[in-house]
Design a binder for this molecule. Structure first.
Ligand code: NQM
Length: 361
């Protein structure tokens, strides 16, 4: 297999994450050669990713692969790939709603979608889940404008808003079929509104849910407990053996501190998120509304409307996510909508570490 050592690439911040965006045609067609190149582009495996683009954290070791879509309901296909930081792994088992924020602007920048004069909407098929999303953003004069006044917690400054809407998702909202399960002696709600997530009241793990991500990551007793819950919940959710995978995520819930619906600490799944993922927040928001779920008695839901404020370690994320009950009384997700921002950081050619030059670990 001959794998190239360079590729056309755009580095973008998408929401509170950062990643390398590629046209599918600019990467090797086979998954083996593609992943080999991406690991070397990111500088993985290496905890510092010193010899590549990666930022030494899962939130900055991400890739978006974008192409024109054959689906008549979509303009582009978006495949998300999570590149391991200290492990030589590239996973397509999860989606990423944060990098999704950059996909529409990237599609316009690369000429896959023609910009409207003023605003552009791009219909995106998320290849990882098969679900659709629609992103709209300002394109004055037919060019993407990244500047604006929208503010999102976890990103300094302001930027142009990217409004993302998800019509109803494809899979079951409650993958175990129950509002509440007991997993490793712990009450949980397993929910999937775009991201398989296990909701747990922080108090049931003897933490407050207000600790810093660093303090939680250093709590080895907690790490063992979360690992045990995740492995068991993964099986119950139909995900099989999740030992080496990035899903399900785990969100610890505590009462809100600042007028929101709930405070969260989300494990993705080993590192603790410095904010919260978009689809992770969509799953938390929908899960809180499920009657009999573990959010009851912890969350404070607004009296009306679909809008919820999810508090997290660096602020909050406002999201519209409603549920309904079908004729059999099974909860199903309705439309989800969120505002993110994105920014082009560089556009050019990325030069990968040469094949075979693995870093010393
Ligand atoms: O849940 C991190 C992120 C994410 C995922 C993760 C995301 C989402 O913040 O939609 O965006 O959960 O691994 O980038």
């Amino acid at each position: 297999m001959t794998v190239p050592d360079e590729a056309r690439c755009m580095l973008m911040r998408g929401g509170t994450s950062k990643g390398a965006y590629f046209l599918a045609e600019d990467l090797p067609a086979g998954a083996g050669a593609r992943d080999d190149l991406l690991l070397r582009v990111m500088g993985s495996p290496d905890p510092r990713q010193i010899d590549g683009l990666g930022g030494a954290h899962p939130l900055t070791s991400k890739v978006a692969v974008v192409s024109a879509s054959a689906d008549p309901e979509a303009d582009v296909d978006y495949l998300f790939l999570q590149v391991g930081v200290d492990r030589p792994e590239v996973s397509d088992r999860q989606n990423c709603g944060n990098l999704l924020a950059g996909v529409g602007p990237f599609a316009v920048e690369r000429g896959l979608v023609a910009a409207g004069d003023g605003r552009t909407s791009v219909r995106i098929r998320m290849v990882n889940s098969g679900d659709l999303a629609v992103a709209s953003f300002p394109t004055p004069g037919g060019r993407v404008d990244y500047s604006g006044t929208a503010e999102i917690s976890g990103v300094p400054g302001t930027a142009a808003p990217v409004v993302i809407e998800f019509p109803q998702g494809s899979g079951p909202l409650l993958p175990t079929g129950h509002a509440r399960d007991i997993v490793a002696d712990t009450p949980v709600t397993c929910v999937d509104n775009g991201m398989p997530t296990v909701l747990i009241a922080a108090a049931s793990l003897e933490v407050t849910g207000y600790e810093s991500p660093k303090d939680l990551e250093e709590d080895l007793t907690l790490a063992d407990r979360l690992r045990e819950i995740r492995l068991e919940a993964g099986k119950l959710m139909g995900l099989g053996d999740v030992e080496g995978t990035t899903v399900p995520k785990l969100s610890l819930l505590a009462a809100p501190l600042d007028g929101g619906a709930v405070m969260t600490r989300t494990f993705i799944p080993v590192r603790c998120h410095t904010s919260i993922g978009v689809l992770g927040a969509a799953s938390v928001a929908a899960g809180l509304r499920v009657e009999g779920g573990v959010g009851e008695g912890v969350a404070r839901l607004p009296a009306q409307g679909d809008r919820l404020r999810i508090e997290h370690p660096s602020g909050f994320l406002d999201i519209e996510a409603g549920i309904a009950y079908d004729a059999e009384g099974v909860p199903v997700a309705r439309r989800t909508a969120v505002v993110r921002t994105a920014r082009k950081i560089f556009d050019g050619t990325v030069f990968a570490r040469p094949a075979g030059a693995a870093p010393h670990l």
